[in-house]
Design a protein around this ligand. Structure first.
Ligand SMILES: *Cc1c(COP(=O)(O)O)cnc(C)c1O
Length: 375
């Protein structure tokens, strides 16, 4: 048995989700799964190979070191770093052979110098801020100027002009539409000078909700992991959850009425019952906000997390009649029998989103790749 807890990463489901998403694309549109933040907490190292196998044309990351890690297991797959790079990170990104995002002349000059020094040609994706208000330039003339610089420099290659949507998960698509139009209009101008330049914009929500946002490449993150970008049930979009989180029953104790479990005595038995202690806690990413609010599965049944979540343990009220015993598997995210706990459901009492639930699983929890599920 594993120690404390383990996260199982169903690589069959990961491949299924990639293929499912790719099947929605017009042939020729590229699929660029986003594996930043250790693949949204799923463990980038094994996910890189699975998405490459399942049709990823390129893989995106936020940072240079994430791209370096991916390169160590995938020598050939094209990579893209989406985020801002500190000057000291540029060399790492280009030595990994990753394409790089740029939106500022000084940065592009530094990138060109470093590429020349390394004797490499770096693909540049010029970022156009059409409404996210975060990174990129809002000035279309500057986008074109940067594109010209990239095209002209022998150590740079103009790869794409791209943007990022601010509201793609919202039912009102009007702002998404405006952002798309801005990119399309600039793209049309750019293509008169650079017929080969690609455009890309869509995250998971946009790619699912609005095929007109696909342009030449899509960048789904959350949907690749079988989570719903709209926070509902991923099965609605034929997506299958990739991550499940498990621990086990370390102790079962009889409780008298009035007896409490955990810090602060926030839960007390109202009648005679049995309480299981499970060796997983907020040190593993089971958020303290789930104290007296979360649920777990044991033996295919749902039980409440009763008492305060501590760093290394939670306590679960089994009721008087449960057959649960020491050593039984406890599922915190995922399915047991007919019951399932989705990351989307855990996010609700925490006032957060599914993304943060899986990203929050701490490095203390080993990620174990499993191959089950259809290929
Ligand atoms: C994270 C990210 C994505 C993926 O977003 P999802 O909502 O997870 O699909 C796409 N593009 C950029 C720029 C991102 O930062």
């Amino acid at each position: 048995m594993y120690e404390r807890a383990e996260a199982r990463i169903d690589l069959g489901n990961l491949r299924h989700n990639c293929r499912e998403l790719k099947s929605r694309l017009t042939p020729g549109v590229e699929l660029c799964p986003v594996l930043k933040a250790d693949a949204y907490g799923h463990g980038a190292l094994h996910c890189v190979g699975a998405v490459a196998e399942a049709g990823a044309d390129r893989i995106a990351f936020a940072t240079a070191s994430e791209a370096v890690l991916a390169r160590s297991v995938a020598p050939d797959v094209p990579l893209l770093v989406l985020g801002a790079l500190a000057p000291g990170e540029i060399e790492m990104a280009i030595s990994a052979g990753a394409d790089v995002s740029a939106w500022e002349p000084g940065f592009l000059a530094t990138l060109a110098d470093q590429a020349a020094a390394a004797g490499l040609v770096v693909g540049v994706h010029v970022k156009y801020d059409t409404g996210m208000g975060r990174l990129g330039t809002t000035d279309p003339e500057l986008v074109l100027e940067l594109a010209r610089t990239a095209e002209a420099h022998p150590n740079l290659r103009l790869a794409a002009i791209w943007t990022h949507f601010a509201t793609a998960d919202e039912p009102d698509r009007s702002f998404l539409g405006q952002q798309s139009v801005r990119l399309a209009e600039l793209g049309e101008r750019a293509r008169r000078e650079f017929p080969e330049v690609k455009l890309h914009a869509a995250n998971s929500a946009a790619m699912i909700a609005d095929p007109s946002s696909h342009f030449d490449m899509v960048r789904p993150g959350v949907a690749i992991y079988g989570m719903d970008p709209f926070g509902n049930d991923p099965a609605d979009h034929n997506l299958r959850p990739v991550l499940s989180l498990h621990s086990w029953v370390a102790a079962v104790r009889d409780f008298e009425p009035g007896q409490s479990a955990g810090y602060g005595r926030t839960w007390r038995a109202e009648s005679p019952t049995r309480v299981a202690t499970v060796p997983v806690g907020y040190g593993d990413g089971v958020r303290r906000g789930l104290s007296n609010r979360g649920e777990v599965l044991i033996g295919g049944d749902r039980y409440p997390i009763s008492g305060t979540v501590s760093m290394d343990n939670i306590t679960v009220d089994l009721g008087p009649d449960s057959g649960a015993k020491v050593g039984d598997e406890v599922t915190l995210i995922g399915a047991q029998g007919d019951e399932a706990i989705l990351a989307e459901q855990i996010a609700v009492p925490l006032g957060t989103i599914n993304y943060e639930v899986t990203c929050g699983i701490s490095p203390r929890v080993p990620r174990v790749g499993t191959g089950s599920g259809p290929n």
